[in-house]
Design a protein around this ligand. Structure first.
Ligand SMILES: [Mg+2]
Length: 206
């Protein structure tokens, strides 16, 4: 399915439903190594984003993503609001003005999103953050030769990346205060990032 304004709206609606469905799971993951608010925050932010998307018509794919970014930045506290806000803002900036998005544009947008998240959060690979799901997902998109195959591969790579955070000792964010005790728990931010790519696969590549 094409990546355009309408399917991007559907992707964001799907991600909002996913954050509602997985709210308690994300709360439990964040309770283990953080302050327990990740599921509640992401659910609240995405419900607000969906409401704002419904309130006005967006001109193109980029405008949809920027609307989501502003909703998250204004609604979600802690680290997740600014980091996901940056992610969607960078995606929306690269895709601004495009009516239909091709694979090179989509992969470039995700590369910019990853760079933006890393610039804001200062996280590297293996720090036990959302970056550990983003890095392999972006690499999968960049290695793809077909948009739908690439989105499916990105979702699988993000899933593996999120699962691989479990044994890691956190080096960024609140979980890093726990030191060695952060090992043995899957990172909530990497998990919600996996759900973002899972929603993309279910929307664009089913
Ligand atoms: Mg938290």
């Amino acid at each position: 399915m094409a990546v355009d304004r309408d399917t991007t709206l559907a992707w964001m609606t799907s991600f909002a439903a996913s954050m509602e469905e997985h709210r308690e799971e994300l709360v439990q993951l964040d309770t283990a190594i953080g302050d327990g608010d990740h599921g509640t925050n992401m659910n609240r932010g995405m419900q607000k984003a969906v409401a704002q998307l419904a309130a006005a018509e967006q001109a193109d794919t980029g405008a949809v993503l920027k609307t989501v970014a502003m909703a998250l930045i204004s609604t979600v506290g802690g680290a997740a609001g600014p980091l996901y806000g940056t992610l969607f803002l960078q995606l929306g900036t690269v895709l601004a003005g495009l009516q239909e998005v091709d694979l090179p544009s989509y992969a470039a947008a995700w590369r910019r999103a990853l760079e933006g998240v890393q610039a804001r959060g200062k996280a590297q690979a293996q720090d036990k953050t959302m970056v550990d799901a983003l890095i392999p997902a972006v690499a999968a998109l960049e290695a793809a030769t077909d948009l739908e195959d690439g989105i499916r591969a990105a979702a699988e790579a993000a899933h593996q990346g999120a699962l691989a955070t479990t044994p890691l000792v956190a080096r960024k964010g609140r979980a890093s205060y726990l030191g060695e005790r952060s090992a043995g728990h899957q990172d909530p931010g990497a998990t919600s990032t996996y759900y973002l790519f899972k929603s993309a696969a279910e929307t664009f590549a089913h």
